[in-house]
Design a protein around this ligand. Structure first.
Ligand code: ADP
Ligand code: MG
Length: 698
């Protein structure tokens, strides 16, 4: 086996490869483009780069190239073209031009566009994103691209992310100038997404239509054992899982993805992978690739990787902890408390931008993670809750309180702390305890946004964070740039921000009922479901945020609103249809057959032994019979409710109907079915149980 250093990045057309393979001038031009995050316009440079990329890719065994992009479906899309071009003499040459590198024209009509399609032709085009490296996957040279309509509307997840990075860069630089950071020329947001997932044996997965069609179990009685002993979390990794993880790591390393830590999670069969953080748009590309490879590598090990937010009822679901920060090209993490009074004042101002932003845009943060799958986590009794709040830890919280009240933080000091003059007490870095229930937690030098669902692209959450905090930094810069006395104004601004927005700070247990009540008193939003929160997306407040930051136009917001609700309805529609299919074709026939066997047995026994009691058979038959009737009427009700849904065309109305009518009707089907499972002989039950699935990988 080759060493990790040989493997790492071996399939990536990265800086090292470019330096070695490009003429000096081209390399310099590329570096500049990448640094500025701008599209490459010089076709001559593009031609040289394309040629070098092609040679490199062919040496590595690639035969095709593709513009790799992230449409609104949430998964990545590819359209492969061969490098091969016919020549006049009947021979072929391998070709790849600058034009093909820079721009592609996939057919946009089959991707969701949420009403945008009405206003533009079905065509769209992809443009190379030179800030993310090209790479080889399955013998194809993949070129990371953004995907737009011909009229310029973003049809993908990447375009708004790039726009938001540009915006926050600009505004953060303005703030940094005020603190005298003349050497800083760019600020980039960084992300390390921790990815949770489940592994189940493939032969069991194949027997469950719900897993195949919907990615989650729609039926299933609790196994005798769940996660109550907490013996899986950080427990030793089973050899079969370890082999999978090693294999996966190697595949990820080839693509330059630094998968670093892997451990078991709380639920049985649940695991987590964390990469080392990087710039947001690269982290987003990498996370998409990670999810894809997790599933692909699992198949090789006769396993299936479940990325759904809630594959099993009754045990923890899966999320994606989005560790977010921002740092300068000079290597300073702006959310890390510094060494000098000035650095600390700067840290406090960035911290205040986060506090103000999360408070003012609670709704957007919730919307950024809204999906049918994630509603099972956020709206249910599971961490994190749907109420958005910030965890700072007691010490940082104490410091903010002292600043607000003009007191000294440390009782041994008499003077109140003065921003820009005094140094922050030097401790909270290591004492931020790990509050696992907070949706947005400060962890010493970054914020961990824990509401993101495990299947989601992290692009949405991150362009929202960048837009919101960028906008707050802009407001701060506007105010401070005009100040007569900078330090005084800074002090006042920080005090005012803490006073106005401290309601969003909460250090306690985020999923206790007491907090939900308290949050309500504080006037915080509790948007439990996707249909509850989505209408806030198209509020004037939020549309103007996106317009001001240039991240999305009004039309783009409206189209995303539609796409999100459409997908919510489709997901639940598929789940309901799958449920009906399983109940009618599998569960009802199975329980009927089993009760027939019991009834036949009772009759046989009675004819054989006079006065035979047969209490077991009779009892079970009667229980099964009454549950079967319950199940059958629930199935009929769901069928009828689904028929009504077919007549509704307004997506907002439909989403509310799915939430209020279909989901409860599905619950009503599941309850008797799960109870029937506990009464039915194993050999009659038509699919593997929770116990089989959760403890099947040994
Ligand atoms: P843990 O949460 O287990 O203590 P770490 O704090 O080291 O682990 O990191 C968790 C995740 O946060 C990792 O993916 C890590 O790369 C990422 N991370 C660390 N620092 C930053 C940062 N400045 N910006 C974004 N992500 C970061
Ligand atoms: Mg973490």
């Amino acid at each position: 086996m080759s060493t990790m250093t040989e493997i790492f990045g071996s399939m990536v057309f990265d800086d090292k490869v470019m330096e070695a393979r490009l003429p000096k001038e081209t390399y310099k031009a590329m570096q500049k483009t990448m640094k500025d995050g701008l599209p490459l316009v010089d076709l001559e440079v593009a031609n040289v780069v394309a040629n070098a990329m092609k040679d490199w890719a062919i040496e590595k065994g690639a035969t095709h190239f593709t513009h790799w992009f992230q449409p609104m479906t949430g998964v990545t899309a590819e359209k492969h073209d061969s490098f091969i071009s016919p020549k006049d003499d009947g021979k072929i040459i391998m070709e790849f031009s600058g034009k093909e590198l820079v721009k592609g024209e996939p057919d946009a009509s089959s991707f969701p566009s949420g009403g945008l399609r009405a206003t533009f032709e079905a065509r769209g085009y992809t443009t190379w994103d030179p800030s993310s490296y090209a790479f080889i996957k399955d013998k194809s040279l993949c070129i990371p691209t953004a995907f737009c309509s011909y009229t310029g509307e973003a049809l993908d997840k990447k375009t708004p992310l790039l726009r938001s990075m540009e915006y926050i860069n600009k505004e953060a630089l303005r703030v940094l100038k005020l603190f005298g950071n003349e050497d800083v020329t760019s600020v980039k947001t960084t992300v390390g997404p921790e990815q949770e997932y489940f592994l189940v044996p493939k032969e069991l997965y194949d027997q469950r239509k719900d897993l195949i069609y919907t990615g989650r179990t729609l039926f299933g009685a609790k196994a005798p054992k769940g996660q109550e002993l907490d013996d899986h979390y950080f427990g030793s990794i089973k050899p079969r899982v370890a082999a999978y993880m090693n294999d996966l790591n190697e595949e990820l390393w080839k693509l330059g993805i630094l998968a670093k830590t892997e451990h078991n999670e709380v639920a049985p069969a649940q695991h987590e992978l964390a990469p080392i953080y990087t710039t947001t748009n690269i982290a987003t590309d990498h996370n998409q690739l990670t999810m894809e490879l997790m599933q692909k590598v699992a198949k090789k090990h006769d396993l299936v990787c479940l990325l759904h937010e809630k594959p099993f009822a009754g045990v923890n679901g899966s999320g994606k902890h989005n560790n977010w920060s921002l740092s300068t090209n000079t290597g300073v993490n702006l959310l890390e408390p510094g060494e000098t009074p000035y650095e600390n004042a700067q840290f406090l101002l960035f911290l205040c931008a986060v506090i103000k932003g999360v408070d003012e845009y609670q709704d957007l943060l919730r919307i950024a993670v809204a999906s049918a799958g994630n509603d099972h986590r956020l709206g249910a009794n599971e961490a994190p809750p749907a109420v958005v709040s910030i965890f700072l830890g007691d010490e940082l919280y104490g410091i903010l309180q002292a600043i607000k009240e003009g007191k000294s933080y440390n009782s041994t000091e008499k003077e109140p702390m003065k921003i820009g003059v005094d140094i922050l007490p030097h401790f909270f870095r290591d004492t931020t305890d790990r509050n696992r229930t907070s949706p947005f937690a400060f962890t010493g030098n970054k914020f961990e946004f824990r509401m993101v669902g495990s299947t989601m692209s992290i692009s949405g959450p991150n362009f929202v964070l960048n837009s919101v905090f960028g906008k707050e930094l802009k407001e701060f810069a506007d105010e401070l740039e005009g100040a007569e006395d900078f330090e005084e104004a800074l002090h006042d601004l920080i005090v005012k921000t803490i006073k106005d927005h401290e309601r969003i700070l909460f250090n306690g247990n985020g999923y206790e009922d007491a907090w939900i009540e308290e949050a309500e008193k504080r006037g915080l939003l509790n948007l439990k479901t996707t249909p509850d929160c989505l209408p806030y997306f198209i509020s004037e407040k939020n549309i103007s945020l996106f317009e001001e930051t240039g991240v999305l136009t009004r039309t783009e917001v409206e189209s995303r609103y539609e796409i999100t609700l459409e997908s919510y309805c489709k997901v639940i529609g598929i789940e309901a249809a799958t449920m009906l299919d399983m109940a009618k074709k599998d569960i009802l026939p199975a329980v009927t057959a089993y009760s027939k066997e019991l009834a036949d047995t009772a009759i046989a026994k009675k004819s054989f032994i006079s006065g035979c009691e047969c209490s077991y058979e009779e009892d079970i038959v009667s229980k099964i019979s009454s549950l079967t009737s319950k199940l059958y009427s629930a199935v009929q009700a769901l069928d009828a409710d689904m028929e009504k849904a077919a007549d509704m065309s307004d997506v907002t109305e439909l989403s509310v109907y799915y939430k209020d009518i279909i989901i409860p009707a599905m619950d009503a089907v599941r309850a008797p079915a799960d109870e029937l499972e506990t009464l039915t002989a194993k050999k009659y039950w038509p699919f593997p149980t929770y116990g089989d699935l959760l403890f099947g990988v040994r």
